[in-house]
Write a protein that binds this ligand. Structure first.
Ligand code: S3P
Length: 193
């Protein structure tokens, strides 16, 4: 299975770029937050307010597992999906992970005035962005490639994404090789014991 997963902080342009990337590749596009809202029949803000963040994370994980069964999808994920290592494993096994990043002040500018992100509905969103970015940096670093969108238009991001995402065939070969490698290391591990 081959999907492209766009990870990265809120306001880095995953949805806008993902939609255009899918169009360019003639693949399907899914924004994971939209899938969650569809399944839950309520908004992300309502889910956070009525059930709390841990519930949202469980639903988010289920939505990812649902889309991971598909292929040739560009998936724009929510900014916090990377905090669960099982989610990273699922994305790595079923596609390529590309992280979109942006400078904190750019994120603030892009997200201010929007009310649909509960985690940024706080008295000091600038501080919140800095704290969360720091906390999440090592998780975003697990992407196959990172593109800084701070100064790029959507078209420029898409052009870079088209260069970054491996073709299906190349990706399959890479995955077969890594399976062989992990089988070998298991065998070697057994021999040592
Ligand atoms: C979140 C990001 C949001 C959404 C939810 C939580 C996060 O998605 O999933 O509000 O934890 O960063 P976007 O990154 O698409 O805004």
């Amino acid at each position: 299975m081959t999907n492209i997963y766009l990870i990265g902080f809120m306001g880095t342009g995953k949805t806008a770029a993902g939609r255009e990337l899918a169009r360019a590749k003639k693949w399907q596009f899914m924004d994971l937050d939209d899938l969650i809202q569809l399944r839950e029949k309520r908004s992300i803000a309502q889910i956070f307010a009525e059930e709390g963040e841990p519930y949202f994370r469980r639903v988010e994980k289920r939505a990812l597992q649902e889309i991971a069964r598909e292929k040739n999808f560009v998936v724009a994920t929510g900014g916090g999906i990377v905090m669960d290592k099982e989610n990273i494993r699922v994305m790595k096994e079923t596609g390529t992970i590309i992280c979109l990043s942006a400078q904190p002040e750019v994120i603030l500018k892009r997200t201010c005035g929007q009310r649909h992100r509960p985690l940024l509905n706080v008295s000091d969103p600038k501080k919140q962005i800095e704290v969360l970015l720091k906390l999440r940096a090592p998780y975003y670093a697990q992407a196959d490639k990172t593109i800084d969108t701070s100064r790029l238009s959507v078209e420029e991001v898409v052009r870079k994404l088209l260069g970054a995402a491996p073709s299906g065939a190349r990706h399959q070969v890479a995955r077969r090789k890594s399976k062989v490698k992990s089988k070998k290391s298991k065998v070697q591990g057994k021999r040592k014991n």
